[in-house]
Design a protein around this ligand. Structure first.
Ligand SMILES: Nc1ncnc2c1ncn2[C@@H]1O[C@H](COP(=O)(O)OP(=O)(O)OP(=O)(O)O)[C@@H](O)[C@H]1O
Ligand SMILES: [Mg+2]
Length: 387
């Protein structure tokens, strides 16, 4: 009779096409049961119940085991990894390995951060994304500021909850051609959301794994102020991300931004550029005031040896449009702040050209849309803590 070790050895040839490793190495072979009459039952654990590559496992496992002497028939069964097993798998794969499903078609991930609050990260993220979209790029914005989310308001979104696709993925809302996802779509406005580390990690993971981002040239991530938990979590989940640093011309802001840069370097996120915001104010009569001083942006960019992608002046319409829900780059592309932001977007295109990663060729048969009531159409994977 064929032994379990022999069967396990034979299963080493079965590769998970998304994770690029053998299902044995990934601990996805839950059980092997060989009977004396040559019938072998193998149970494989999947990451999600609706795993589109189930068919691949079915055939490859059956083929690999059927080749062994003494095997007359192979039954392949499936179950789903528990949350603990999933996190063990994630640890085994090292950072960033699991979100591949939803982000596989995203060419560039750019985190916008500063270390300091209120320097216009969110306004810039919303406007740069709109400008990239106006340049014909496919763009998404992930609002990672789970405590102080402001992206929905800047895009005039928030009244609708995102829908869930038949494949049980959350569909981002869309505004001015930009796909948008924010925690603000799931909580009552002004509700105080208390996040503990694991919940935060879970919510961000779900935003990356269970959102139908589709094909994107750029996914911009609006980071919260500071260099805390969120940045670390994202760095773990998104090793391919780059970091765009926002600062003001002021020395103190520049110091804080430098700390953010050091954090990014520590977690191996590549810094791709600096944007200086609040770079002076020009009165209607043409007089310019350097309200926040001069030179912080260029100094920081020189120090980090990255380009200064833009110097955005203070203008009232930039603030007004952020409050009104239409990005200024769309509403008035000729406003001086909008022009600087459009230049920043073009700089980003130059330093982060669109190169889609090559995907393994897997024939994906979309599962039939379930005729189940809406209630059962919850996204798979981890549920949003507040959903
Ligand atoms: N250059 C500018 N001209 C006019 N208003 C600006 C400018 N930069 C920022 N603002 C305004 O300042 C406020 C703070 O900006 P924003 O919310 O984008 O900052 P943030 O860095 O994302 O803040 P937080 O750290 O709280 O997330 C907003 O009302 C924004 O419209
Ligand atoms: Mg913000």
């Amino acid at each position: 009779m064929v032994g379990n070790d022999e069967i396990r050895k034979a299963l080493e040839v079965v590769i998970d096409p998304e994770l690029h490793r053998s299902i044995v190495e990934l601990d996805m072979v839950r059980s092997i049961d060989a009977s004396p009459n040559g019938v072998v039952d193998v149970t494989v654990s999947l990451t999600t119940p609706g795993c589109p590559i189930k068919g691949h496992f079915q055939t490859s496992v059956a083929d690999a085991v059927a080749k062994l002497d003494g095997v007359t028939h192979v039954n392949v069964f499936f179950d789903v990894l528990s949350d603990e097993q999933k996190s063990a798998l994630q640890q085994k794969l090292g950072r960033g390995a699991l979100p591949e499903g939803s982000l596989a078609q995203v060419a560039n991930v750019i985190c916008v951060g500063s270390g300091k609050g209120g320097v216009c990260k969110s306004t810039l993220t919303a406007n740069v994304a709109a400008a990239l979209s106006a340049e014909g790029k496919r763009v998404g914005v992930l609002d990672a500021d789970v405590w102080g989310y402001s992206i929905p308001r800047m895009y005039g979104l928030g009244a609708t909850r995102p829908a869930v696709s038949p494949q049980r993925k959350i569909i981002p809302l869309e505004s001015h051609g930009v796909k948008v996802m924010s925690i603000g779509f799931f909580v009552e406005e002004d509700a105080a959301v208390v996040w503990r580390g694991p919940m935060l990690h879970k919510a961000l993971t779900q935003f990356l794994q269970d959102v139908e981002w589709g094909v994107l040239d750029y996914l911009l991530v609006d980071l919260p102020p500071g260099t805390g938990d969120v940045s670390m979590t994202l760095a773990q989940l998104l090793p391919q991300a780059r970091f765009l640093i926002v600062t003001t011309p002021q020395q103190t802001a520049q110091k804080v931004a430098r700390r953010a840069a050091q954090m990014a370097e520590k977690v191996d996120l590549q810094i791709c550029g600096v944007v200086e915001n609040m770079a002076g104010f020009t009165t209607p009569s043409g007089e310019r005031f350097a309200i926040f001083g001069e030179g912080g942006g260029v100094e920081l960019a020189d120090e980090l040896d990255v380009p200064l992608l833009g110097r955005v002046p203070l203008t009232m319409p930039l603030r007004a449009q952020a409050d009104a829900g239409t990005p200024l780059t769309i509403e008035d592309p000729d406003d001086p702040a909008a022009q600087a932001i459009r230049q920043t977007a073009r700089g980003l295109i130059a330093i982060a050209p669109v190169q889609l990663p090559t995907l393994p060729l897997v024939e994906v048969v979309p599962p039939a849309a379930p005729a189940a009531p809406d209630e059962s159409r919850k996204p798979v994977g981890m549920s949003l803590p507040m959903a």
